[in-house]
Design a protein around this ligand. Structure first.
Ligand code: F6R
Length: 583
């Protein structure tokens, strides 16, 4: 996964691109590069490191020129080093190219090009595309970059979003192409952009054209055209978004994650305003429902299956990458895919596998690939999420799920409930200090609190690097209990609901083996058993069905504060990226 951006217009291309790359960094942040052309002279600056550091070190914004491309990388082919950073060029330093995706047949292409004398500077699959275009230019009568670009695309297997230009092109123009990796054109006044995602362009425009698989776009100073792979012009819909550039900024918080946790009190209302009528009526027509998603979105999906199950419906949540191994859906199955980005390759593959089934997509991103596959789309309206760890988009996914099941009226107090739970931060910080040196942390819960335990555990491990597991309380005795010894923290999600009596037994079971108990509860007996406790609202002041929203907020804050205490950047945890467009 990587982020790409291109600009052509009247501004300094390197400044627009550098700014845009900061918004794309969630897609990958091990190296970064910019290439601009000015009076037919190419200037490429790139290195390993994060956008802020590399752009300052190499003084990106001093590069002259009004056309260029940029890239932020998450390594797939080749290690993290300057040579492997994008953009890449051909032998003559004429074809310039940045890529997001994976070229599956790159070894064969590379061997063929090497036999024709091409010399490669990097280990990446991307560089071979620049050489392939160079080779095809040699072979074309006109030496046309445009013709060679189209020809080369036909040889590529795998996934790509490409941004490219040729220094010696007959006119100043940028080329883009997409296959299974996102790409959106941003249409400004006398300027055009294209990028992997909308926030990178929000400062300059609110008008966008999402490209479809197989599209090639050519941007010049006077406009853009979109073509199919066989060179025929196609028309693609323009849309406008009401996101503001500020929504994609940190707004005074040290990290996006903290801002996004705090923003939940606002965005939950946006989410609840989303129209779920069509999705609800589809759900009511089916007896067999499969929910597919990954990571955090899977936990929202799991919650969906518990809630539908409570209503006597048959709904099963599947991890998207496993789905094709487990079941064979048929036309009587309704498939619901949940994906914040709408671009997660595992989810898209699972959806494609569910051929012939009606499909609902629940997503945050207008124009994302999932919206082109599903029959019915529900937007969670959470605004752009920049932190790698999903927070507000999880709560907003839950908001949509709850609205589908219970209707909006019962959810009106959600925003104030979230606000109330944000006030637990002082206590959460105290607990974070007590946990920061732990090597293992366990979460337990029962019933529909289990997806919250899974989600809290995922959040903690991904941004603190502390090993963490979550279990339904009843499972402790079937194995994990052997890991509990003096001082091992167990976080018990213990609201006063139908799960409490049995979970209390599990808490005692762990405590008698020396566990340090941290509880989220509104029950006095559980508080007494606990070393630390985060108070949930009194039973009299909360509708128990809303407990999941109350519990996830302090648990997100806990992961965040442990991460910061350990000196980790919670927005950019190691080895992870936000939008996973590879399987
Ligand atoms: C964890 C996280 C990931 C994503 C997962 C699916 O904080 O963000 O686990 O939830 O990669 O991503 P989407 O929802 O975009 O399909």
């Amino acid at each position: 996964m990587c982020g790409i951006i291109g600009y052509i217009g009247f501004r300094s291309a390197s400044s627009v691109i550098t700014e845009g790359l900061k918004h794309l960094e969630y897609r990958g942040y091990d190296s970064v590069g910019v290439a601009v052309v000015h009076q037919k002279k190419l200037n490429v600056r790139k290195d390993k490191g994060m956008v802020q550091d590399v752009s300052t070190k190499l003084d990106f914004t001093s590069m002259d020129g009004h056309m260029g491309i940029g890239h932020t990388r998450w390594a797939t082919h080749g290690g993290v080093c300057k040579e492997n950073a994008h953009p890449h060029t051909d032998c003559k330093k004429n074809v310039v190219l940045a890529h997001n995706g994976v070229i599956e047949n790159f070894s064969a292409l590379k061997a063929d090009l090497a036999s024709k004398g091409h010399i490669f500077d990097s280990e990446t699959d991307t560089e071979i595309i620049a050489h392939l275009i160079e080779e095809n230019m040699k072979n074309s009568k006109t030496s046309s970059f445009k013709e060679a670009f189209f020809t080369s695309l036909k040889s590529l297997e795998g996934s790509y979003a490409l941004a490219a230009f040729a220094v010696d092109d007959s006119e100043e123009r940028l080329f883009f192409a997409r296959k299974n990796s996102p790409l959106v054109i941003g249409v400004g006044k006398d300027e055009l952009l294209a990028a992997s995602d909308i926030p990178a362009m929000l400062k300059y425009t609110k008008t966008f054209v999402p490209l479809e698989d197989g599209d090639v776009a050519i941007l010049t100073k006077s406009g853009y055209k979109v073509y199919s792979l066989d060179g025929k012009e196609v028309s693609r819909k323009q849309m406008t978004v009401d996101w503001t550039a500020e929504m994609a900024q940190k707004g005074g918080y040290p990290y996006f994650m903290e801002k996004e946790i705090n923003d939940q009190k606002h965005f939950i209302n946006e989410s609840l305003a989303s129209d779920v009528t069509a999705a609800k009526s589809l759900i009511d027509q089916y007896e067999n429902i499969h929910i597919i998603a990954c990571g955090t979105s899977y936990h929202a999906g799991l919650m969906f299956s518990y809630l539908l199950g409570e209503r006597g419906m048959s709904a099963q949540a599947y991890i998207a990458s496993e789905y094709p191994y487990i079941v064979k859906p048929n036309k009587n199955t309704l498939v619901i895919a949940i994906s914040q980005s709408g671009e997660t390759a595992d989810v898209l593959q699972a959806l494609r596998y569910a051929k012939g089934c009606k499909k609902i997509a629940i997503t945050n991103v207008v124009g994302s690939t999932i919206t082109t596959i599903a029959d019915c789309v529900v937007f969670i309206n959470a605004g752009p999420e920049a932190g790698v760890a999903a927070t507000k988009t999880f709560t907003c996914q839950l908001g949509i799920i709850y609205k589908i099941i219970y209707g909006k009226e019962k959810l009106e107090s959600l925003s104030s409930l979230i606000e109330q739970m944000l006030k637990t931060e002082k206590k959460v910080k105290e607990i974070a200090s007590a946990l920061a040196k732990s090597e293992n942390i366990f979460f337990i819960a029962r019933g529909k609190n289990v997806p919250i335990a899974y989600e809290a555990s995922l959040k903690l491990k991904e941004i603190t690097y502390i090993h963490s597991e979550a279990y339904p309380g009843g499972e402790l005795k079937h194995g994990p209990l052997s890991l509990i010894s003096e001082g091992v923290p167990i976080i018990a999600i213990a609201p006063d609901d139908e799960t409490l009596a049995k979970l209390f037994g599990n808490i005692k079971e762990a405590k008698s083996r020396g566990a340090k108990i941290i509880s989220l509860t509104n029950n006095l007996d559980v508080q007494k058993e606990s070393d630390f406790s985060i108070k949930l609202p009194e039973l009299s002041s909360i509708d128990p069905m809303l407990y999941p929203f109350a519990m996830i907020i302090p648990l997100q804050l806990l992961a965040y504060h442990v991460s910061v205490l350990k000196g980790i950047n919670p927005d950019r945890p190691r080895n992870l990226a936000k939008s996973l467009t590879v399987e």
